[in-house]
Design a protein around this ligand. Structure first.
Ligand code: PGA
Length: 260
């Protein structure tokens, strides 16, 4: 049991399945998580999963009444129309989603999404009734060049541009240093805490201290059962966005329990 700080932000653990699982495997994974965290999910810890778009319907059925929420790994900023291959917030809600990731590092760096596009997605998610997670984080060369604060501040500031304080409580921020994603390299708890504290300070400047104290900031990047508790013991780390380890029931359940 982690002793939490003065501002009680409920821990939030989310599993980003990326382009993994098939239909049957995804449903089995979802059912395994439900069995492993009943009585915890939605009570002492908020839990969410982000399956591939095409499995969302089935996964949200498998998770109904479990307290585990479902989200899209991405969301397009238009509501409908001639946008081949894209999925809107309305469509995500229609299949049971309450959340969406915006600006995951693989979308920034593999697909090439800009801060401007990500900002439109964050706003569209909220306008469409979803809770967005804005993902931010520096590349290895940016960290080595001493640019972590500059890059992360830009991702946060531009990602939230035009978002008034009334809408901000819908937002979660995920700090994911790109060099730690899927590499087995985790930021040390101190390295992660330093950036999380910087982000919270920036939120206080952009909005106010009360709001900054309310917003949850997840850490992501090779979070595993054996490093989760130490990371989440840091004052400004409010949970985790988990990739690889969220695909194994036992590992993901252990991470959720470490956040309790
Ligand atoms: P990882 O992925 O846990 O496999 O490093 C994290 C993420 O990309 O959200």
């Amino acid at each position: 049991m982690i002793i939490r700080r003065a501002f009680m932000r409920k821990p939030f653990i989310a599993g980003n399945w990326k382009m993994n699982t098939d239909m049957a495997g995804g449903v089995e994974l979802a059912r395994g998580i439900v069995a492993g965290v009943s009585g915890i999910a939605g009570h002492s810890v908020d839990v969410a999963v982000y399956p591939p778009f095409i499995y969302l319907s089935e996964i949200s059925k498998a998770l109904s009444s479990s307290g585990i929420s479902v989200g899209g790994q991405d969301v397009y900023f238009e509501e409908k129309g001639a946008f081949t291959g894209e999925i809107s917030a309305v469509m995500l809600k229609d299949v049971g989603c309450v959340r969406a990731l915006c600006g995951h590092s693989e979308r920034r760096h593999v697909i090439g999404e800009s801060d401007e596009l990500i900002n439109k997605k964050v706003k569209a998610a909220i306008n469409g009734g979803l809770l967005p997670t804005l993902c931010v984080g520096e590349l290895l060369e940016e960290r080595q060049a001493g640019k972590t604060e500059e890059v992360v501040s830009r991702h946060v500031t531009k990602g939230l541009e035009g978002l008034c304080s009334e809408r901000m409580p819908a937002v979660t921020i995920a700090y994911e240093p790109v060099w730690a994603i899927g590499t087995g390299l985790t930021a040390t708890p101190e390295q992660a805490q330093e950036v999380h504290a910087m982000i919270r300070g920036l939120l206080a400047k952009l909005y106010d201290q009360g709001l900054a104290d309310e917003i949850r900031i997840q850490y992501g990047g090779s979070v595993k059962a054996d490093n989760a508790a130490e990371l989440m013991g840091q004052a400004d780390i409010d949970g985790a966005l988990v990739g690889g380890a969220s695909l194994k029931v036992d590992d993901f359940v252990a991470i959720i329990k470490a956040a309790e």
